[in-house]
Write a protein that binds this ligand. Structure first.
Ligand code: SAM
Length: 217
């Protein structure tokens, strides 16, 4: 793991130098929870590379720069109530937890990945992430309203329930676009009941959000 750790530190330094990691909080979270802790043994040696990596059930864990960009857009602060949609490996949820230092809720639709993420989080020593099985396109009403909702799968449109479950002043980060790996990364701010301001950060590539308010299976 020494090599993986050395390579990971170099990746974090580069992300910082390139201005992709801009805050001390995101840098600290990246150093505390390297991506190699959240992939299967055979992929650990690639964890520092700027590409998505396979995780079980044909899904992926995003590239380091993509995760950093989304976390910086979210501007997370201690104590914020955050929902993540698309747990995958659990890596992004661990990073969120390190930033908000309180309970984090993350939803995953594939049971195999619920287990995979829970194991990874336990092994990494993350205690404040709750992995919930289910369709995250409906949000997670029991813990709403949220300061931030971060969706790590591409939706055909912004799911209404997610906007409803945001606090006024809250922010939703979500890729919206086509099914096959081309979306705009939107930052949706809830400015009042039924009112949002939406801006696009740029083009991204995510696996599809599948569910009632996402793509149909
Ligand atoms: N955030 C993850 C990580 O850190 O490893 C990577 C997520 S991966 C790019 C997208 C995940 O979203 C997949 O695990 C997929 O099964 C999940 N997903 C897709 N549609 C979903 C839905 N409606 N509800 C919950 N999870 C969903």
């Amino acid at each position: 793991m020494e090599d993986a750790d050395f390579l990971w530190r170099r990746t974090v330094e580069r992300l910082r130098r390139e201005g992709i990691i801009r805050s001390e909080g995101v840098e600290r979270a990246f150093l505390r929870y390297p991506r190699y802790l959240f992939v299967q043994e055979r992929y650990k040696k690639y964890a520092h590379l700027e590409e998505p990596l396979p995780i079980p059930a044909g899904q992926t864990v995003s590239a380091p720069h993509m995760v950093a960009i989304m976390l910086e857009l979210a501007e997370l602060e201690e104590g914020m109530n955050v929902l993540e949609v698309g747990t995958g490996s659990g890596w992004n949820a661990a990073l969120i937890a390190e930033l908000v230092k309180t309970d984090v809720y993350t939803i995953e639709r594939i049971p195999e990945l619920v287990e995979f993420a829970r194991e990874n989080l336990e092994r990494a020593g993350v205690k404040n992430v709750h992995v919930i099985p289910g369709d995250g396109s409906r949000g997670f009403p029991p813990k709403a309203p949220y300061d931030r909702i971060i969706v790590t799968a591409g939706a055909p449109k912004v799911p209404e329930p997610l906007v409803e479950q945001l606090k006024t002043g809250g922010r939703l980060i979500i890729p919206v676009g086509s099914y096959h790996f081309w979306q705009d990364l939107y930052v949706v701010e809830k400015t009042g009941e039924g009112k949002v301001r939406k801006r696009s950060w740029g083009g991204v590539a995510f696996v599809p959000l599948i569910g009632e308010h996402g793509w149909k299976e």
